[in-house]
Design a protein around this ligand. Structure first.
Ligand code: GTP
Ligand code: MG
Length: 211
């Protein structure tokens, strides 16, 4: 897929403030500082479209970026990170409500990218978030980040460990991408995936009737 334009569209604190155009969207979620904003910039080839920072907790709102506005538009959505220790209980509760409401109710959300730092061994908080997405039937893929920062053998070991841990909860594995915002590893594969999802008709909504 060729990205011809990428622009900031809107920041939202609540679901009902999100854009109402109906264009398909892809959300990026993961621990604070995992590289969500950097990965978005890498995909669109823009150095600082999404604000990045060495300080965790930079992204506090849901940020919509509109891609290819003139022709077949879609959105990339930068979500605030989870697991940041230095925030109050009330901020944490607010985050949870904002993000979960968005993930569970946003009708145009086609796939959520759960970002996982591949430099380190599988973290409980990431596995639990994947489990939540799976249990709630929220379509998601895994994007491993910062692959440039670790030796190939260690990456392989971490990938294997992550897969093993995931297989305890998942019969079928989600799509997985190994990426680096530095080297642009994974960019084409990820954009091809996004394109294929955009081109797949939306599944019929399940009705919640009891048998
Ligand atoms: P919050 O918005 O705070 O939740 O963080 P985030 O997940 O958006 O992370 P961000 O993109 O701001 O990146 C955090 C730090 O990691 C920055 O210093 C980035 O430069 C660095 N970083 C992100 N991706 C990569 C990568 O692939 N390789 C390397 N070497 N550094 C990266
Ligand atoms: Mg960010």
């Amino acid at each position: 897929m060729i990205i011809t334009s990428a622009e900031f569209a809107k920041s939202s604190e609540f679901l009902d403030q999100c854009p109402t155009t109906g264009y398909p969207e892809f959300a990026f979620i993961g621990r604070s500082n995992v590289g969500k904003s950097s990965l978005i910039n890498m995909l669109v080839d823009r150095r600082s479209l999404a604000k990045t920072s060495g300080t965790p907790g930079k992204t506090r709102l849901m940020n919509h970026f509109i891609i290819n506005e003139k022709k077949k538009p879609w959105y990339l959505v930068d979500l605030p990170g989870f697991g940041y220790a230095k925030i109050s209980q009330s901020e944490r509760a607010k985050w949870k409500k904002m993000v979960r409401t968005y993930l569970e109710e946003r009708e145009t959300l086609r796939c959520t990218m759960l970002l996982v730092d591949i430099r380190i061994e599988p973290q409980k908080i990431d596995l639990e978030f994947a489990k939540y997405l799976g249990e709630d039937g929220i379509p998601f893929a895994i994007a491993f980040t910062k692959a440039d920062r670790q030796k190939p053998a260690v990456l392989e070991r971490h990938l294997k460990m992550f897969n093993e841990a995931m297989s305890e909860n998942f019969a079928e594995m989600p799509n997985m991408f190994v990426t680096s915002a530095e080297t642009r590893l994974g960019k084409d594969r990820m954009l091809d995936f996004i394109e294929s999802v955009i081109n797949t008709p939306m599944p019929e909504k399940e009705t919640e009737e009891e048998e």
